[in-house]
Design a protein around this ligand. Sequence first.
Ligand code: UD1
Length: 465
Amino acid sequence: MIAALCARLRQLGQPAMAGHLEALPPPHQATLAARLAALDLEHLPALVEPACSAPAPPPDAAGLEPPVAVPAAGGPDAARARALGADLLARGQVAAFVVAGGQGTRLGHDGPKGEFPATPLTERSLFAHFAAQLRASRARTGVAAPWYVMTSPDNDARTRAFFKENNHFGLDPADVFLFEQGELPTLDAAGRLLLADADRPATHPNGHGGALMALRDSGALDDLVRRGVRHLSYFQVDNPATRVLDPLFIGLHALPGVSSGEMAAKVVVKTDPAERVGVFGCRAGRLGVVEYSDLPADLARRRRADGGLAFSAANVAVHLLSVDFLARVTEDAEHLPLHRAVKVATVWDAARGLVDLPGAIKLERFVFDALGWAEAPLLLEVDRVEAFAPIKNADGVDSPATSRALLVERAARWLEAAGVAVPRRPDGAPDCTVEILPETAQDAGELAAAPGLPTAIARGARVVI
Ligand code: UD1
């Protein structure tokens, strides 16, 4: 078996790995052989080609068109859409899906990001905060939406333990489905497999685009079909401003004539050319996202006649996908392209042990590439304060502090819209800390209808509503 595997590795252009495997003592040899076999070596040539080819040239303006988004309030179809969204939720036809496989390296948090305390006063973890939204939706509709949670091999055990320790945050464990995303081998610049240890190939999570195949491979797609779910509400674990089940967005996505109901995305208006968000663009009539690292500076700075940025539809990574579309797009993993990132990887070599290797190639798939497969995908423009408070970095922009400030500003706006006086500083920021629990309200309309609101918030007060 070892001899056959070494021969196959040589055929696949991996003589160094074959030589290393042959030279290993038996117990380690068997371990490495099993781990290599699990990597699906037959797909290796399909990885080596994108890993070693020259990086794709940055997009130019030719043929890249800014897309058209439905305005924040939902346009003339808003009332019908909201009713349809509420109806789909009440029929149990919508599920929630969070991707939580990332490492949180930039945040410097040692563990799954979903454990991170995110809300301004109650300091609920991201997972607890999203679960509270699901409980609130269940209380309103009478129906529990199932929740699919994608982890990665690095954080799966700890995420499962966190859910267990917290009694699944008051959700029925039968409605919470955790599964791991896949991994891909990390390669060097010549397309050679690398080692993370003497008996372990170096691997990395295959990107959030891997989420779609992982839904199929884990049995989650079958579970969705069995439950009669028709639409999946996708979001990232790092944005506590996400409305996990948004009736307006769901309804617009599912409304014939407005969208095909295959895949939709929320966008916010990008105003700073340097902001690290992907932007939507259409090429040959197909919608996609150009990542911030790929958008040339002249395109990032280009302005329209009215002064706004030409490419201003920023990706907040909130999507709806129909279950039928999900089944179609996951018929073949190759439907989503591989993106190549050149990074430092910690690798093992026989002479030096563990060393940092600059220039290692990590390939990832991105979920938004599925938009290119969808008919007439819907883009809904939403107010940034309503929808986007990402936690990416330990300090500065997109940090826990900026995220909390945005959640407080959103709470202040909802209170003011409900007729509650909120003290503000000369710079306009709320001069108090308010947190509105999802159990009380998930939007301004729900808050206005909530009983027992105060008439005013005192200056400097810290209030949970
Ligand atoms: C991402 C988007 C960007 C968008 C921004 C909004 C990409 C390539 N870009 O950028 O267009 O404007 O979010 O916040 O995604 N994750 C996994 N598995 C993986 C990789 C990531 O589950 O293998 C999850 C992470 O847990 C996180 C999310 O995907 O929830 C985003 O990942 P991250 O790499 O932080 O994306 P950004 O570079 O911030």
